[in-house]
Design a protein around this ligand. Structure first.
Ligand code: GLA
Length: 649
């Protein structure tokens, strides 16, 4: 159940065997290696040097460890870049990005596809059937360092082809994009440019199609490697490691082609850099991470549709890449590990075995310090591996959660292209819905729109601007209460306002019309009345009109703020946390769910026949367990940064 990322190429060969023995002694099963080592595998074109890698794999295998081998395509070597510079990506200003860090390739470059095929085939030939190789990680963190969007001539050519396939005729494209506006009409696909360097914002339909195209390029590139490894490495799993709070490509689409979805969990860096929240909250969670940051991604990763999912990289100590890089509070590495397992992870793999004293990540902790002594994170990993036997004899398979949250990548892009109010951020909205539900003690499945929704009691779509037919069908087929957030159904697939006005095709669930929307600066505040209580509201307001749906909440002037019809509920405003928690609590209870309002530092998660409670706070809290609960770990009082596990009743 535990793994580690290891870089044998960073250490003298005479320490490998000791490292491997120490990993095994710590309770580690899987070791990921190789994902950045191209220049050592192939120092010059076709002059492969597999000797060191053969010996590294043998050494790990001799200690009883299983190898996850990375394809090294995130780091094309210098000789290759010099030989074929047109593998490099370009930024919006046409500046070619250079060698010297990583991810310096353009997904659309034909030369790059050729080189990828060459190195992956060479690795597959050599190690595809090696008994110690349990699986593969393809590439590393697609999109890291904002590398999905590139603007080379190769991108332009591939984009035009993509458009031709999507639209068939240029007339269809002109129609979909509304090019009659501002004299944008095209006479052929060869006239269409990249949507950059325009004086005023480019056409939103053009921008959205470029995002879709770029996302498709990632999935297509991934399939190139999948195809090769399926052929050369039968019976081994294929994985990719996604990033937290990263939305530049559709992760569901990439996950469709692999066996193990995985993600890289850095709760402190993600809390500091990626989650919009008030400064006092950032301070409060600086050493633990905000309690829903890792959990959100665990649930998202589980929802990718692969039968298995992992945490491929787990933060072991301070990282090097955030604005500030505090050390995790004592106990947090253990807590994060258990939390991932509680959410259903098959393996939690730490990044990295030993801190490197050189190069870009020398300030990034490992389980061990650069001198080889075990660091705090390593101590805690050892503790978890010692505790794991408590799971023996228990059911530890994830069950369906009572609540589903629909998370949609096109929604992210739509909000980014047309925020309509400063700072409007789909990820922030989605995460707020998630937080509110988790504060009620409920488990959540995060799913793509269109996934089957039978057997859920509550389904929330924080916002679903573009609604597919499959999504409408799945929502209609479900017996769950459905909550639709603001701007749902507000755009067609080609980024136009739907005929009949928003929420477009969602009218099949709730018969209302959004006849006007406005965004408001933070200084303009209104009040919302719902269930005889008032809440502050601002930022976004919709005018809802309906002959059949019932108004259940109103703004100060009496206009409807939220409507309900049958089991569908629509919110015509940007909710705040206090309201959303109360509102979702009421809906959950009406639909038969037992809620527990939790302390803001406490979270619950059920796995199989067990219930886990995690205390992210810095003082002890009572476990929200039934009287006389049968504890496997911890007890009725959960210490700061600690957990308890008991048998569910
Ligand atoms: C990412 C990468 C790793 C490493 C870590 C550092 O997750 O995949 O190679 O750079 O970040 O936190």
């Amino acid at each position: 159940m535990l793994g580690v990322c290891y870089y044998p190429e960073h250490w003298p060969e005479n320490v490998w065997a000791d490292d491997a023995a120490a990993m095994a002694a710590l309770g580690i099963t899987y070791v990921r290696i190789g994902e950045f080592a191209w220049s050592l595998m192939e120092p010059r074109r076709d002059a492969f040097d597999w000797g060191w890698l053969d010996r590294a794999i043998e050494t790990l295998a001799a200690a009883g460890l299983k190898v996850v081998l990375g394809t090294p395509t995130a780091t094309p070597p210098k000789w290759l870049v010099d030989e074929r510079p047109d593998i490099l990506p370009s930024d919006e200003e046409g500046r070619v990005r250079r060698f010297g860090s990583r991810r310096h390739y353009c997904f659309s470059s034909p030369a790059w596809r050729e080189e990828t095929r060459r190195i992956v085939e060479a690795m597959g030939d050599r190690y595809g059937e090696h008994p110690a190789v349990a699986g593969w990680q393809i590439d590393n963190e697609y999109g890291c360092h904002l590398s999905v969007l590139s603007y080379t001539p190769h991108c332009l050519a591939a984009f035009r082809q993509w458009l031709q396939q999507r639209y068939g005729t240029i007339a269809a494209l002109n129609d979909a994009w509304g090019t009659a506006f501002w004299s944008q009409t095209y006479n052929g696909f060869a006239e269409v440019d990249l949507p950059i360097l325009t004086l005023a914002p480019a056409n939103p339909s053009h921008l959205l199609d470029y995002r879709r195209f770029a996302s498709d390029q990632v999935a297509d590139y991934n399939r190139l490697q999948v195809g090769i490894l399926r052929r050369l490495s039968p019976g081994r799993f294929l994985a990719h490691n996604f990033m937290g709070f990263f939305t530049e490509f559709d992760h569901y689409a990439v996950a469709r082609d692999v066996d193990v979805a995985s993600w890289d969990s850095y709760p402190l860096g993600h809390t500091d850099q990626r989650l919009p929240m008030p400064a006092e909250d950032k301070t409060r969670w600086a050493r633990s991470g905000q309690p829903d940051v890792a959990a959100f991604h665990h649930d998202l990763c589980r929802g990718m549709g692969t039968a298995r999912w992992w945490v491929m990289e787990q933060q072991p100590g301070p990282v090097n890449w955030a604005d500030f890089n505090p050390a995790p509070a004592a106990g947090m590495v253990r807590l994060w590990t258990w939390e991932a397992l509680a959410h259903g992870a098959e393996v939690v793999s730490y990044f990295r075995w030993r801190q490197a004293p050189f190069a870009q990540e020398q300030m990034h902790a490992g389980l061990n310090r650069p001198d080889g002594t075990l660091d705090q994170g390593g101590e805690e990993a050892r503790q978890v591996s010692g505790e794991m036997t408590v799971l023996d004899g228990h059911h530890t398979k994830s069950r369906r959660a009572p609540v589903a949250l629909l998370f949609d990548y096109e929604a992210v892009w739509t909000f980014q292209i047309q925020p309509q109010g400063r700072g409007f951020d789909y990820m922030a909205l989605a995460h707020m819905f998630y937080r509110c539900i988790r504060r009620l003690g409920l488990d959540v499945d995060i799913l793509p729109a269109g996934a089957p929704l039978e057997d859920y009691a509550l389904v929330v779509a924080p916002s679903l601007p573009i609604v597919s037919e499959a999504a409408v069908t799945a929502l209609k087929a479900s017996s769950a209460a459905v909550v639709l957030g603001p701007r749902s159904g507000s755009k067609t697939a080609s980024f136009q306002i739907p005929g009949g006005l928003p929420p477009g095709d969602l009218r099949a669930l709730i018969d209302l019309q959004v006849s006007r929307v406005e965004s408001l600066p933070p200084s303009v505040q209104d009040q919302l009345t719902w269930a005889n209580k008032t809440y502050p509201v601002g930022l976004w307001r919709e005018r809802l009109e309906s002959k059949t749906a019932e108004s259940v909440a109103s703004f100060q002037d009496g206009e409807a703020a939220a409507m309900t019809q049958d089991r569908c509920h629509y919110l015509g405003f940007w909710p705040e946390e206090a309201f959303l928690t109360d509102y979702l609590a009421a809906l959950a209870e009406e639909n038969g769910l037992a809620i527990q309002r939790l302390d803001e530092a406490l979270r619950l998660r059920r796995l199989g026949d067990l219930t886990f409670a995690f205390n992210y706070g810095d003082r002890p809290l009572p476990a929200p367990a039934p009287e006389g609960a049968d504890y496997l770990l911890g007890g009725p009082e959960i210490a700061a940064h600690d957990l308890a596990v008991w048998k569910s009743r």
